[in-house]
Design a protein around this ligand. Structure first.
Ligand SMILES: N[C@@H](CCC(=O)N[C@@H](CS)C(=O)NCC(=O)O)C(=O)O
Length: 216
């Protein structure tokens, strides 16, 4: 499999986590969002939306991280990243959707570029925009997580589910936008539990081949 992705992209990060949790090897194909490689004809032939990630498996090219993750779950069911119970699965999907549907999309690069270039916002306004939607989502997530009396170290139970694969990249992005995470102790504890796992560590943006290397 080839994963077309970018080290700092949250949707790419979530897919790397899922591939690692599933124990699946892949070739890393970097698509540089800084040079707008994702908007060029070569990448748009894979994804007409011009958004990373895309996953190629032979002739099959998959786009949209939620669809790719569900495909991986069906194609490689072990280990499962959704719980056995139908209502529990709905809960995990809802936690993931807070990030995937309601936080990430409004803070995407193209939205921020529109704020900057079309609406003339400065960096302080852009950061305030991002912090607003991250805080709104995290406040709700924190309540949802605290209300689950059976919750272990992760978003659901005692093993990572796809909700953790969505949450950890969003925490990474919150840190990049200097969002104060102190009001979100459950989210911080889950992020810390995930950071102990090699599967999550190997997916981190800083460790990817296209990430800038620290100077000597
Ligand atoms: N719903 C899509 C969103 C993908 C997406 O927004 N990717 C971002 C990186 S995290 C991107 O390619 N942004 C390019 C841009 O905004 O110009 C998915 O989950 O795959």
């Amino acid at each position: 499999m080839q994963l077309y992705n970018f080290f700092r992209s949250g949707t790419s990060h979530r897919l790397r986590i899922v591939l690692n949790l599933k124990g699946l090897a892949y070739d890393y194909v970097a698509v540089d969002l800084r040079t707008e490689e994702h908007l060029g004809a070569a990448f748009k032939a894979l994804n007409p939306q011009g958004l990373v990630p895309a996953l190629a498996d032979g002739d099959l090219v998959l786009t949209q991280s939620p669809a790719i993750i569900e495909w991986l779950e069906e194609r490689y069911p072990t280990p499962p990243l959704l719980p056995a119970g139908r209502e529990d699965r709905a809960r995990v999907r809802a936690l993931a959707a807070v990030v995937g549907c309601d936080i990430h999309p409004v803070n995407n690069r193209r939205i921020l570029e529109y704020l900057r270039k079309t609406l003339g916002c400065d960096e302080a306004a852009v950061n305030a925009w991002c912090a607003t939607w991250i805080n709104a989502g995290f406040e709700a997530l924190e309540i949802m997580l605290a209300a689950d009396g059976a919750r272990g170290a992760f978003c659901f139970g005692n093993a990572p589910t796809l909700a953790d694969a969505y949450l950890v990249p969003q925490v990474e992005s919150a840190r990049r936008f200097n969002v104060d995470l102190a009001p979100f102790p459950n989210i911080l504890a889950i992020d810390s539990a995930c950071s102990q796992l090699d599967t999550f560590r190997r997916a981190a943006p800083a460790l990817q081949p296209d990430a800038p290397r620290a100077g000597p």
